[in-house]
Design a protein around this ligand. Structure first.
Ligand code: GLA
Length: 336
């Protein structure tokens, strides 16, 4: 039997730019997915999870079924094609990572399946694992995501920011300053990535890049983007400005400038709300109140449309800040 434990991630800044040539700043969480794998000698995979009552058998080559086990089975099918494992597997999944919250439980599950399936080999490069997990998400699950989540969970470590150049997967690991607290808060608003909104925003970004004559929208010219249709102009403004913000964020993080980093987070949220249009009014209110109660910065994290938001607070004030925010929004839940 082999086991792999893979963390979730929160993205501090650099949202919706991991397929647009941007640098992104995710951080691994202490919450994780644990996956156990054992060959069963059959022509089916048997998948069970501590979180769900059902125990499911799927033929080893069965396509995705819109079921939570797809993330495991996609990873196993990839591993089988590589010759990492043979026939069917019995899989048990345990997780303390909320599902559908924008914390990359899906990437963590796929990466865990790939890690467990390759555990007996000489160490497989984590970047190779991340690229494989992205291929599974794109081709098996059908979500055309970028590389941020898979890299963050395959390479990242809790407490350290991964400054990831999504063009070539090169990265720097930057420790979070001791007096910075990152709070990850679940809004209580559900979301699903596979429902088409991710795909349509992505299409708009690609169309804008093509119209501007650049391979990556982050390289687009802001002035020129004003001539695009109003929707594409807004998408381009988000991506181009977010690309600049995340590069500035690397500099101010290294300098330990919490206020400057927080201001970039606030601007990121406004841009996601107004230009990319991936926020929801309830989330906007929570983010606004988080700042009002003293967070240096607050923004939705992940793809948006609900799920979690992330806040940066002076460590000394974090307890009182949370008390006030929760009193105003009793439905929210602190994840980290
Ligand atoms: C999801 C995708 C990522 C990224 C974010 C938005 O998490 O999986 O690739 O695009 O949305 O930044």
């Amino acid at each position: 039997m082999t086991t792999a434990t893979i963390p979730g991630r929160v993205n501090l800044i650099g949202e919706w730019i991991d397929f647009n040539g941007g640098t992104v700043l995710p951080m691994a969480l202490s919450q994780s997915v644990e996956l156990q794998l054992r060959a069963n000698g059959q022509d089916y995979d048997r998948v069970r999870s501590a979180q769900f009552p059902d125990c499911i058998d799927f033929a080893i080559n069965a396509p995705a079924a819109g079921h939570w086990s797809d993330y495991v089975r996609g990873g196993l099918q990839y591993a089988r094609r590589q010759g990492w494992i043979g026939q069917g597997q019995d899989v048990t999944l345990k997780s303390n990572l909320p599902v559908g919250a924008g914390l990359s439980s899906s990437a963590a599950t796929i990466v865990a399946a790939l890690r467990a399936a390759s555990a007996h080999l000489a160490a497989v490069d984590p970047v190779q694992i991340a690229l494989a997990a992205k291929a599974v998400e794109n081709d098996f699950i059908g979500v055309p995501c970028g590389i941020m989540d898979q890299m963050a969970v395959a390479v990242g470590a809790p407490g350290c920011v991964l400054a990831l150049d999504t063009r070539d997967c090169s990265y720097q690991v930057i420790p979070l300053p001791a007096d910075w607290t990152i709070a990850v808060v679940h809004s209580g608003i559900g979301r699903a990535l596979a429902d088409g909104r991710y795909k349509s925003r992505r299409e708009e970004c690609l169309q804008a890049a093509e119209a501007l004559g650049v391979a990556y929208l982050c390289d687009g010219d802001l002035e020129a983007s004003r001539a695009l249709t109003p929707v594409l102009a807004r998408r381009a403004r988000h991506v181009i400005s977010e690309g600049h913000r995340s590069l500035q964020a690397v500099t101010v993080l290294r300098a330990g400038d919490r206020q400057a980093f927080g201001a970039l987070m606030n601007a990121s949220h406004a841009s996601l709300r107004d230009d990319l249009e991936v926020s929801v009014p309830e989330m906007d209110a929570m983010v606004r109140d988080a700042a009002e109660f003293g967070a240096a910065g607050a923004r939705l994290t992940g793809a948006g449309f609900g799920g979690c938001f992330v806040c940066l607070i002076d460590t000394q004030r974090a307890g009182a800040w949370w008390h006030e925010l929760q009193a105003r929004h009793p439905g929210i839940q602190r994840i980290a």
